[in-house]
Design a protein around this ligand. Sequence first.
Ligand code: PEP
Ligand code: MG
Length: 566
Amino acid sequence: MTDTARFKGIAASLGVAVGAARVLGREPRRALDRRIEDASIPSELSRFEEAVSKSRAEIEAAKQELIERHGPTYAPILDVYLLMHGDALLIDATCEAIRNDRINAEWALSKVTERLKKPLLEDASSYFQERARDIEHVREHLLRHLRGEQRTERSTEQPMVLIAHDLTPADAVHMLAPPTVGLVTEMGAGSSHTAILARTFGVPAVVGVGPVATHIEDDDVVLVDGFAGEVAVRVSQDERRAAEQRRDRFAAFLEAERSTTAITRDGVAISVAANVELPNDVQAALENGAEGIGLYRTEFMCLDSLEPPSEEAQLEVYRGVVQAMAPKRVVFRTFDWRGDKGLRAPDLQARERGWLTAQINAVLRAGTDGSVALMFPMVSTVQEFREARALVDRCRSELNDERARTAEVPIGMMVEVPSAALLAERFTQHADFFAVGTNDLAHYTLAFDHRGDRSAAQSLDPSVLGLLQRTITAASDAQLPCSMCGDLAADPVALCVALGLGYREISVPVRVVPLARAVIRNVDLRTAAEVARDALECGSAEAVRALVLDRLDDDLGTLWKQQGIV
Ligand code: PEP
Ligand code: MG
C-alpha cells in the first residue's frame, strides 16, 4: 500500500505521535469450535487449566510492572482480571461446558463468556458495557494461551505506533512503554481502561477508529493526533516533519508553561482547574499548576468491581486527594456511569441509592481535611435537584448524630442537560454552584446518536452557545459561581468563545491546563465578548470556528499555529 490514508476516531490521550506501525491482530481471534470424544475430556480440561494458569501469570506480571511504574493506584484494573481467572461463573462453568457438552475449551469458553456478557450488554450504561469488555479481554488472554500463541513483544529499534483491534489493559501495560509512542485502536471509548492507561503513560492515543488495521501494514509511518482524534498513514515527508515538529513543540511548551499565570491581556484573572479521573492524576494536576480540581469523575474508582468501594474505602481515597490538593478545592461529582444514555437521578434503583448515600457520607467526611465541594451530574429538573440536596442534608444529620465530623460542603449541579440550562435561573435558587458540562449539553441539544460523535467542535453550534449564554447570565445575575468543565473549554479556539460569553472559571484535562493558560494570556476579553456576541448569530459550528479564527488571529494566531491547532 502506498497511498496516504486518514482515519478519524475519539481523541483519548493528548499529544502528537509519529512512529512505525505495529499491527497487533486484525480481528478478534476466532475460536475453532469442535466436539470432542468422552475420552478426550480429561486432556481438554487440563489444556484449559494450563491456559488459565499461564494467563494468570501473565496478568500478574503485568500488574507488578504497573505497580513498579506507577504505584498501586491502577492495580485494581488488573485485579479484576486476576479475580476472573478464579471465578466460578467463568472458569468452573467453562470446565462444566467441556464436560457436559463435550466441546473443546475454546468453544466452551466462548459459550460461557457470551452468556455472562449478555445481561451486561443489555444494560444501556457504558459502565456495564465496559464490564462486558473486561470479560471479552479475559477471554482474549485465555484463547491466546489455548492456542499457544506468544504475546507480541515490543521491538527495540524505532518509535512505534501500535495499531490494534482492541488492547486489553494487561497488554496495554506491557506495550505502552518505549519504544511505543502512540496507540490506535479500532474499538474502545475515551473512558475505557486502556484509554485511561494511555493517558497515565502519556502515550497519545486515538480509539474507536473502526476498521483500520486492514489499511495499515507493519512499518508504515503513522501520525497520531491525540488532540483532533485523527490518524494519518503513509504521509509525505513534509507532513511527517511537520507532525514531528508539532510533537516536539508541544513537549517543550508543556514544560515551559507549567507554572504560568492565567491573566487575560486586559488583566482579568481566570481560574484554571483540572478534570481528574483517578488519584494519580492529582500529582500531575499540581505539577501543572492547576488551581484546584474542578471535576473529579468518581465513577472511575469503580474499575474493579460491579459495585463501588465502601464508604470507608472511598473516604480514604477522597482524603488523600483533598489533603494533597489543600488548600485548593476539589469538586467531587457523584458517580455518573449512566450519563451517556440519559438515565437520571429519579431512575436510581434502591441499591444505587445506597451507593449514593455511602458516597455522600464519604465526601462530607473528607471535607474536614481541606476544601471540598460536591455536585450531581445530569440534573434535569428542579425537583430532582432538591431531592438530591435533601439527601445530602439527611446524610449530614445522620453522620452528626453518630458524632462523625462533617464539613460544610457547597452542593452544586452540573448543567449538562438542556432543561437545566433553559431553567438555569430557577436552579440558581437551589444550587450553590454550577459546573457546565458541554459534552453532554451538546449531545442532548443536538441529539447525536452516540456520545462518541460529540466533539468540542460540535459544541460550538449556536444552539449550544445560546444555552451556555443563558446559564452564565443566570449565574452572574444570582452571583452564583459557575465553571465550565466540559471539553469545549479544553479546545484552544472554543475556549475564547467561552471567555467571551463570560465564563471566568474553567476545568480542563490535566495535560491541557498549561495550554489553556497560554490561550487566556493572549485573549482580550472585550474582543472575545464581541466575537461571542457575533458567534451567537452564526449559522453553524463551522461558521463560529471560522469567525473566531479570523477575528482573534492577531492575538492568538501565533499560538494556534505553533501548537498546530490551525
Ligand atoms: C460533560 O458532559 O461535559 C462532562 C464534563 O461530563 P462527562 O464528560 O464526564 O460526562
Ligand atoms: Mg457529562
